[in-house]
Design a protein around this ligand. Structure first.
Ligand code: ZN
Ligand code: ZN
Ligand code: FE
Length: 753
C-alpha cells in the first residue's frame, strides 16, 4: 500500500447547484478516501486523505470527469498535513450572506432521469410537473439571493415532506441538496383556470384540460420557468391568425415547441451542431432551416425559410406536449413591446383578451426569464437572445464593482465585480411603461443578487436611453460608453482579447461621439479605448424613425445622397407625389432627416431598391429578407466595389450605381443580393489590410446575418487575419451592457493602478 497523503483542492467556476458535492462524496467514498467537501466563496473546497495512488486517481477523476452541468474554471491543488481523518463528510454551506463570489447558475432543462420518473407510473413523482434534481431544474428564475440555498429561493414557502427531506439529506441521493426538490405531497401545484382566473381543475386534470383546450384551437397561457408562454396549435391557421391579431404581431415569426427530435427532423434540417444545441441542458429556441416537406402553415413565419424550434424544457412542458403530441406555438406571454408576464395576480389582466385559458402554478418566478434564441453560424453557436438556460453568464477575472445599464432595445444589464463581468437576461424593449418598471427593478436587484455594491454606473452615450436616465438618477459616477465601442469591447472580453484590434461594429443605430447616428464603424479598439478610423459614407434618413420602420425612405435618402432621381429607379412607384415632396423638404431643410453611417440602414435601403421590402413589420425584417434571398441566389451579378478614401470614408456610391444598372439589365434579384453581401464583407477585408491589425473583431446587429458573418470570417481567414465574433453573447444590443461594463471596469482599474 502506498504512503498516505492529504491534498486540498480549490475548485472555481460554476460548481454550486450542479451536484458537485455529492459527486465528490461518491468519488471519495469509492476510493476509500477520508476528508471533506464544502461550498466556499470561490466555489468548492475539497480535502482528501488516503493512499497516494488513490489520491492521484481521485484528482484525475475530478479533472477529467466533473459533473455534466458544472463548468470548472480552475482547480488549485496543494499538499497539506495529514490529519488522520477516518471518514469523508459533506460540510454545511460556509458562505456568509453577501459573499457572492460564486456563479449564479442558469435554469437547466429536465434531465433524462427526471423525465423517466415523471412518466413511470410506479414512481412517486409520476406526472409531477415540478420534478427536479441536482442535474436539472430552475435556478436563476427562482433565486432571490446567494448562496444557493432553498431559503433564498422562491421555494422557501414549501416545507419538504419526509420522503423529499430524506433525499435532500442523503449524500448518495441524486437529489442531495437539490434546493428546489419537491413532490406532489409537498411542492407546488398546477391549476387550470378560465380567462378570469376562476379555477376549473388542478393537478393532472388541469394538464388534461389545458391539452384539450389547445387541441380545440384555443390559446392557453402557460406559466413556464421564467414567465408565461402563449401556447397554441401550430398546425392551425385559425389559431395562428387569432394569436397574431390578439398579440398585435402581424408578421414576426412565432417560436415552436416540438415533442421530440424526430419531429424536429421531420420539419427542419438539423446539423449535428444544431441538434446538440437543441437537446442541450440549456434547451434554447434554435433557428433551423425548414424542410420543404413540412406541412406546418407558412403563417408561422411568413416569408422566412427558418423556423425557431425548441424542445420541452421543464417537466410541465414534457407532460403537456407529450399529451398533445403535435408541434405548438410557444411564444412569450406578453403583448408586443411589453415585458414578459410572471405573476399570477397580474396575468389575468395583462393577458385578458389574448389567452382563452390559463395553466398556472404557485411556484413564484423571481424575475422574468424569456426563452433564449440561438442559431448555428460559421460552425459555432451564435446566441441571439440570452435568457433561459444561458443567463446569467460570467466572463473574466476580478473587476471593480460597476453596474452597466445596456441599450434601449434588447435591454440587458451587466455587473462587474470580484467574479468578473456578468451579463443578465434579455429584458426586451424599454418603450412601454411596464417595461421601464421591470428595468428599474432589475437595476436594483441584479447587482444585489451578485453581491455587488456598484461604485459607478456605465451607460450608453445616448442621452435619451432609459439606462442613461436611470444612471443620471442614481447619484453614482457615470461612465458613458460609445455604443459601437461597447459592441466591440463585449466581443473582446468574450474571447479574452487584450490587444488592440480592428473592430468592425455594424448595426442599425447607435449614438456617435459627434452626436450623429453611427452604425457602419471601423474602430481601432481595446477593451478600454477606441479610435474611429473609418466608417460607411453617411446619408440622410428622411422621416427619422419612419425610415427605420420603412426601408423605402432609407433608400430614398441613399439615392438623394448620390444625386440619383428616384423616378429613374424601380422605387418610383413606391411613393406618392406628396410623400416624395415631404421627404425632399425634410432632406433639403435638414428637418427630421438625420445623417447616418449605419450599415443596417444601408442593408435596408438595398432591400428596398431590390423590391424585397418597402415597410418593416418588425425590426430588421428587410435585412433578413435580403439575407434569405441571397441564400437562394441563382446566377451571378456583377457589382462595383466600395471606394475607400484616405479620409476613412467607405463609399458605397459606386456599388449602388452598379446595383441599379444590374437591376435594369435584368440580373436576378437574388444574385444581386448575394453579391451585395460579398461587397460588404470585402470592404471589411480591405480595411483589415490597410490597418494591419491581425485580429478583426466583428460585432453589432448586422452580424446576425449569418451569410455576412460566414463570408466575412472565411475571407478574413483566407487573407491571413484572425476574425473574432460574438458567440456566447448576442452581437446585437443584448451584448451592449456587458460591453459597457468591460470598458468602464477597464478604465476604473487603470485609474487605480
Ligand atoms: Zn433531474
Ligand atoms: Zn415531497
Ligand atoms: Fe447596436
Amino acid at each position: 500500500m502506498s504512503t498516505p497523503e492529504r491534498f486540498r483542492l480549490e475548485i472555481s467556476g460554476a460548481v454550486q447547484g450542479v451536484g458537485f458535492r455529492p459527486h465528490v462524496f461518491r468519488l471519495a467514498s469509492e476510493k476509500n478516501l477520508a476528508g471533506w467537501v464544502g461550498n466556499s466563496s470561490a466555489g468548492l473546497t475539497v480535502e482528501i486523505e488516503g493512499p497516494a495512488d488513490a489520491c492521484a486517481d481521485f484528482l484525475h477523476a475530478i479533472r477529467s470527469a466533473p459533473p455534466p452541468n458544472a463548468s470548472v474554471h480552475d482547480i488549485n491543488v496543494s499538499r497539506c498535513r495529514l490529519e488522520g481523518a477516518a471518514h469523508f463528510v459533506i460540510r454545511a454551506s460556509t458562505l456568509e450572506p453577501g459573499d457572492a463570489a460564486t456563479e449564479i447558475l442558469p435554469d437547466l432543462a429536465t434531465c433524462p432521469d427526471c423525465i423517466r420518473e415523471i412518466f413511470d407510473p410506479a414512481n412517486r413523482r409520476y406526472l409531477y410537473p415540478f420534478t427536479n434534481c441536482t442535474q436539472c431544474g430552475p435556478r436563476f428564475s427562482i433565486i432571490k439571493s446567494l448562496p444557493w440555498d432553498r431559503e433564498n429561493t422562491t421555494m422557501r414557502g414549501y416545507a419538504m415532506c419526509a420522503a423529499c427531506r430524506s433525499e435532500f439529506d442523503s449524500p448518495g441521493d441524486r437529489r442531495f441538496h437539490a434546493q428546489p426538490n419537491a413532490c406532489a405531497e409537498c411542492g407546488p401545484t398546477l391549476a387550470f383556470t378560465d380567462e378570469h382566473g376562476s379555477e376549473h381543475a388542478i393537478d393532472e386534470e388541469a394538464l388534461e384540460r389545458a391539452a384539450a383546450a389547445i387541441e380545440a384551437g384555443q390559446i392557453v397561457a402557460v406559466k413556464g420557468i421564467g414567465g408565461f408562454q402563449l401556447i397554441a396549435d401550430a398546425r392551425s391557421t385559425a389559431a395562428i391568425a387569432t394569436l397574431r391579431e390578439r398579440k398585435h404581431r402581424p408578421g414576426k415569426p412565432f417560436a415552436l415547441m416540438m415533442p421530440d427530435v424526430e419531429t424536429v427532423r421531420y420539419h427542419c434540417e438539423l446539423s449535428a451542431l444544431e441538434e446538440q444545441l437543441l437537446t442541450s441542458v440549456r434547451a434554447p429556441i434554435v433557428l433551423l432551416q425548414r424542410r420543404s416537406r413540412s406541412t406546418l402553415p407558412a403563417q408561422l413565419a411568413p416569408g422566412n425559410p427558418n423556423l425557431g424550434v425548441m424542445l420541452p424544457c421543464s417537466p410541465l412542458h414534457h407532460l403537456l406536449i407529450r399529451r398533445i403530441g403535435f408541434p405548438v406555438i410557444a411564444t412569450s406571454g406578453n403583448i408586443s413591446n411589453e415585458p414578459l408576464c410572471i405573476e399570477n395576480k397580474e396575468v389575468f389582466d395583462r393577458l385578458a383578451g389574448v389567452a382563452d385559458a390559463f395553466l398556472i402554478h404557485d411556484r413564484p418566478i423571481a424575475r422574468p426569464v424569456d426563452d433564449s434564441v440561438v442559431r448555428a453560424a460559421a460552425d459555432r453557436e451564435l446566441v441571439l437572445r440570452l435568457a433561459r438556460g444561458y443567463a446569467p453568464i460570467s466572463l473574466g477575472g476580478a473587476m471593480p464593482p460597476v453596474l452597466a445599464t445596456g441599450g434601449d432595445q434588447k435591454a440587458a444589464l451587466a455587473v462587474a465585480g470580484s467574479f468578473g463581468i456578468r451579463c443578465g437576461q434579455h429584458l426586451g424593449e424599454l418603450g412601454s411603461e411596464p417595461a421601464q418598471r421591470v428595468f428599474a427593478e432589475q437595476c436594483r436587484e441584479f447587482p444585489d443578487l451578485c453581491g455587488v455594491r456598484a461604485t459607478a454606473v456605465a451607460c450608453d452615450l445616448h442621452p435619451d436611453y432609459h439606462g442613461t436616465r436611470w444612471a443620471e438618477g442614481s447619484d453614482l459616477p457615470m461612465i458613458r460608453v460609445q455604443h459601437h465601442h461597447a459592441h466591440i469591447a463585449a466581443c473582446l472580453a468574450e474571447h479574452g482579447i487584450t490587444t488592440e484590434v480592428l473592430g468592425v461594429s455594424w448595426d442599425g443605430t447607435g449614438y456617435g461621439e459627434d452626436g450623429t447616428v453611427w452604425g457602419g464603424e471601423f474602430l481601432l479598439a481595446t477593451q478600454e479605448e477606441f479610435q474611429r478610423i473609418a466608417h460607411l459614407r453617411t446619408f440622410r434618413l428622411p422621416g427619422g424613425d419612419l425610415a427605420v420602420r420603412q426601408p423605402r425612405y432609407a433608400a430614398l435618402g441613399l439615392l438623394e445622397e448620390i444625386g440619383v432621381s428616384v423616378a429613374d429607379t424601380p422605387l418610383a412607384v413606391a411613393f406618392t407625389a406628396e410623400e416624395l415632396a415631404v421627404a425632399r423638404t425634410q432632406i433639403e431643410r435638414d428637418i427630421k432627416a438625420p445623417r447616418t453611417s449605419s450599415a443596417g440602414r444601408l442593408f435596408d435601403a438595398v432591400a428596398a431598391l431590390l423590391g424585397l421590402r418597402l415597410r418593416n413589420e418588425f425590426e430588421a425584417q428587410a435585412a433578413m429578407d435580403l439575407e434569405f434571398t441571397a441564400s437562394i441566389a441563382k446566377g451571378e451579378a456583377k457589382l462595383a466595389r466600395m471606394r475607400i478614401g484616405d479620409d476613412g470614408v467607405v463609399d458605397w456610391a459606386p456599388v449602388i450605381r452598379s446595383l441599379l444598372e444590374a437591376i435594369q439589365s435584368g440580373a436576378a434579384v437574388s444574385a444581386i443580393a448575394a453579391e451585395f453581401i460579398v461587397v460588404m464583407s470585402e470592404s471589411i477585408v480591405e480595411l483589415a489590410r490597410r490597418t494591419g491589425k491581425s485580429t478583426i473583431a466583428l460585432s453589432g446587429g448586422c452580424f446576425q446575418n449569418v451569410r455576412l458573418l460566414e463570408i466575412t470570417v472565411a475571407r478574413l481567414r483566407a487573407g491571413g487575419f484572425t476574425p473574432a465574433w460574438p458567440q456566447r453573447l448576442p452581437p446585437n444590443d443584448g451584448g451592449l451592457g456587458l460591453g459597457q461594463a468591460v470598458v468602464a471596469a477597464a478604465r476604473l482599474r487603470n485609474q487605480v493602478s
